[in-house]
Design a protein around this ligand. Structure first.
Ligand SMILES: [Zn+2]
Length: 232
């Protein structure tokens, strides 16, 4: 079986989504990439988390062609592939419909940065994509979702973000590997919840000041951040 270690990593990252309460039933998906092999390992479509085994995962090439696996890959595979192509340093992508992050995505509102928990991971508000046109939805919807994410990243001031909200859909997160991607999906849900609660306490709450935001973000990520938008 190809990529045994990566399969196990990606399986564990998928199970982490379930352990953290970020997914219901078969919702959500995590993938990991071996850039050396030009191969991606992704969750199969429609298999319950509790039944998932390494051999159920699907190995594809960077065009989405199945290289090994008898099950269909997650239908979101084309979105993952666009992200791997656009953000060169990432090794894993995670997608959930976790409640609070999805609520912000449905409201099409960026998550403001109200505190240092957020600032430790996201430099600026969590961005939201634009909406897809009917033509983008009708044809190659999942690939176009990836392109909408890349466009939003390029428009984002401040740069580094390990996740984003897809308008009217939900969060995608990424990281240096599948485990980091799942962790960033969990962190994104947590800060989305905290921001909601902050606004519930004080709807006029002010975002964190630039000095404190930069201090927290830059001390963690600084010059050698692993992920962010492609600089070109
Ligand atoms: Zn989804």
């Amino acid at each position: 079986m190809l990529l045994q270690t990566l399969r196990e990593e990606v399986l564990d990252a998928n199970l982490e989504l379930a352990r953290r309460g970020l997914v219901l039933y078969t919702f959500g998906n995590v993938s990991g990439i071996s850039r050396a092999d030009g191969l991606v390992v992704i969750k199969p479509s429609g298999v319950a988390y509790e039944e998932m085994r390494p051999e159920h995962l699907v190995v594809t090439d960077l065009d989405g062609k199945i290289v090994e696996g008898t099950l269909r890959p997650s239908s979101d595979l084309p979105t993952h592939l666009v992200l791997y192509g656009a953000i060169p340093d990432i090794g894993g992508v995670a997608h959930t419909h976790s409640d609070y992050a999805t609520a912000w995505a449905q409201a099409r509102r960026p998550v403001p940065c109200f505190g240092t928990t957020h600032a430790d991971y996201f430099h600026g508000p969590v961005p939201v994509t634009g909406i897809l046109s009917d033509a983008e939805i009708a044809s190659e919807y999942e690939k176009n979702t990836g392109h909408a994410i890349v466009r939003a990243l390029r428009d984002t001031e401040g740069g580094h973000t390990p996740g984003i909200l897809v308008a009217n859909h939900g969060p995608f997160a990424w990281g240096r590997d599948a485990r980091a991607a799942a962790q960033n999906a969990a962190i994104l849900e947590s800060i989305a919840r905290m921001a909601y609660l902050t606004l519930a306490i004080d709807e006029a709450a002010n975002p964190i000041g630039k000095g404190l935001h930069d201090k927290h973000f830059l001390r963690k990520h600084g010059a050698n951040a692993y992920y962010g938008q492609k600089k070109d």
